[in-house]
Design a protein around this ligand. Structure first.
Ligand SMILES: O=C(O)C(=O)C[C@H](O)C(=O)CO
Ligand SMILES: [Zn+2]
Length: 276
């Protein structure tokens, strides 16, 4: 497991882009046959990419978690951004089509990830937070997610938000998670940008064609920094930071939040004209 130590609200202002990356951006998450996990001190999230090949991959515990198994004191959300596969949780099997979600409850002991076809492997993106109570493991197909249409073609931000792990669908402890897909010709996510001091957030951009980037915006609204990101890396956003971006083409991303409440709509919006 890698460790990513974030920068604070004062020091990020004087950091170079490579230093900001070290503090907030993971390495590429998906490698055939591997599980790559990164622990960030932003709300103690663990961010993972799991790409099973011929063999199943088990979710391992780590010395630093000081836990008998990974989910002993944690919940995890998983979204498959690759080919079809399945996840087994304590012997129960969940088919995972592309863009399906699985919420894995606290105290799930044995978690195994599979790909149906090694030529088109599943790519499981995982975000885990500490959990304080035992709930139920739930599979959410993309069709069962709550969806919201936002933006317009005129302002280049026409997009659909799919909320799969959220109150009313999954009883989680702090995790809220889903996918945003930008329509062809739209490039701006989270426009206008916002903060939510009550929660932190992690974005993982994907389905960006080779050679394209998303210019991810972070920092306080009056001290914005730009990180040009490739597909399939995650970027952590502290509670004081905006998280928005424009791509060189359209794309999708998984967002995941943890914190003291789960209200998706309580964001503090910032006028684009106020960004500095
Ligand atoms: O494009 C958007 O707008 C989003 O996807 C917003 C994120 O879901 C978010 O930041 C929720 O707090
Ligand atoms: Zn947000």
């Amino acid at each position: 497991m890698d460790f990513m130590f974030s920068a604070d609200i004062r020091s990020y202002k004087t950091m170079r882009n490579d230093e900001l990356r070290e503090a907030f951006v993971t390495a590429p998450l998906f490698e055939s046959g591997k599980i790559n996990l990164t622990y960030t001190d932003v709300d103690r999230a663990v961010i993972g990419g799991i790409t099973p090949a011929a063999d199943a991959i088990q979710l391992p515990t780590h010395k630093e978690l000081a836990a008998d198994y990974f989910c002993q004191r944690r919940e995890a959300g998983v979204i498959n951004i690759g080919g079809p596969g399945r996840i087994e949780v304590d012997g129960a099997s969940y088919d995972m089509a592309n863009r399906d979600s699985l919420y894995i409850a606290k105290e799930s002991q044995d978690v195994q990830f599979y790909s149906d076809d090694t030529a088109n492997p599943a790519k499981y993106y995982l975000v885990s937070y500490p959990a304080h109570r035992v709930t139920k493991t739930v599979h959410v197909p993309k069709s069962a997610a709550k969806f919201i249409e936002l933006g317009s073609q005129e302002t280049s931000n026409e997009r659909t938000i799919f909320q799969s792990i959220r109150p009313g669908i999954v009883d989680s402890c702090q995790l809220v998670m889903g996918i945003t897909e930008l329509k062809s010709g739209s490039v701006w996510n989270t426009k206008p940008p916002h903060t939510h001091f009550r929660r932190t957030e992690i974005y993982m951009y994907f389905d960006l064609p080779e050679g394209e980037k998303v210019f991810h915006l972070m920092g306080q609204p009056t001290e914005v920094r730009t990180l040009p990101l490739d597909s399939e890396v995650a970027v952590a956003s502290p509670s004081w930071s905006i998280h928005s971006g424009a791509g060189t083409t359209n794309y999708a991303f998984v967002w995941a939040m943890g914190g003291e409440n789960q209200e998706f709509d309580d964001m503090d919006h910032i006028q684009v004209s106020d960004l500095r």
